[in-house]
Ligand binder design. Sequence first.
Ligand SMILES: Cc1cc2nc3c(=O)[nH]c(=O)nc-3n(C[C@H](O)[C@H](O)[C@H](O)COP(=O)(O)OP(=O)(O)OC[C@H]3O[C@@H](n4cnc5c(N)ncnc54)[C@H](O)[C@@H]3O)c2cc1C
Length: 317
Amino acid sequence: MKVTDHIKNSKGTIVSFEILPPLKGKTINSIYDHLDPLMEFKPAFINVTYHRSEQVFKKKADGTFEKVEVRKRPGTVGICAAIMNHYKVDAVPHLICGGFSKQETENALIDLDFLGIDSVLVLRGDAAKNETLFEPEINGHKYAIDLLKQVVDLNSGIYLVEDIRDGSKTKFCIGVAGYPEKHFESPNLQTDIRYLKAKVDAGADYVTTQMFFDNKKYFNFVKVCREAGINVPIVPGLKPITTKKQLSVLPRTFYVDIPTELSNEILKCKTDADVEIIGTEWLLQQSRELKNAGVEVLHYYTLGKTHVIANVVKQLI
Ligand SMILES: Cc1cc2nc3c(=O)[nH]c(=O)nc-3n(C[C@H](O)[C@H](O)[C@H](O)COP(=O)(O)OP(=O)(O)OC[C@H]3O[C@@H](n4cnc5c(N)ncnc54)[C@H](O)[C@@H]3O)c2cc1C
């Protein structure tokens, strides 16, 4: 079922989870071990992130360096199929512009359609590690909206090859990313929301947000989006803080603020076990407030913290 149908059919707040493919070399069992404790909460859908390859320089025996492509977390499509087969739960793969030509994207979409996947989250992806700004592939997409338009075209039976204009129509429900604290490259929130509105006008069915730790940021974002004419569901992305190190890592990586009240409590902690208690309680309070405000879906970034998410969701429902 599509993400938007899950939302339409829900009688109260539903939950969904997001996972990362395991590092290359691990088995699908690591995904099952991660998800098993969460399945009792009957997630409406499970997102699987996509990770492009990176170029790294490896030192050779003769002292020179060799450039190699390394893809640390492959398997997004396979994991989606495994999740649907194993748990009978809808999987939502992330699709990115980075590293893909339009032809490769089309072929990936055909695979996803044949697998019975109903929803995709389309993203631009970040710049490669060796680039300062995002560079599209030759014959690839520059912005998420361009990738989105390709999915919309395929939903209308329009393929890239000239002679297929009335091909089989895919039926993907399309999600896009939104940033309550603005995307880091955007000059301001208003401008970022203007581009978000363009994605919705081009056919996005729903928005999933970047993580945030202050619900006021989410409520304000929804308000500004509604004022801008964005009327699709805006699914909040939620993540627990479980280590002291995250106080600097999360702002640096995701360009999000951590409220003073939360950081003060965490700074008082002697161990990360203490931080986890604070982070769990904070996430529970955030979740309760969002649920009480009638938010339709709570989307949890699980990132290896299954027990924390399980703890929160157990107390929530
Ligand atoms: C919910 C969620 C899930 C994610 N999952 C993944 C994942 O699985 N894999 C991964 O690699 N990354 C993922 N990301 C990170 C994401 O790829 C990065 O944040 C990326 O830098 C931006 O992606 P986007 O889709 O928001 O890009 P876009 O919508 O293309 O926006 C990128 C920037 O360009 C601006 N912009 C948009 N359109 C235009 C235009 N026409 N002209 C000028 N400026 C424009 C926007 O304001 C923004 O600043 C995820 C992010 C979120 C919030």
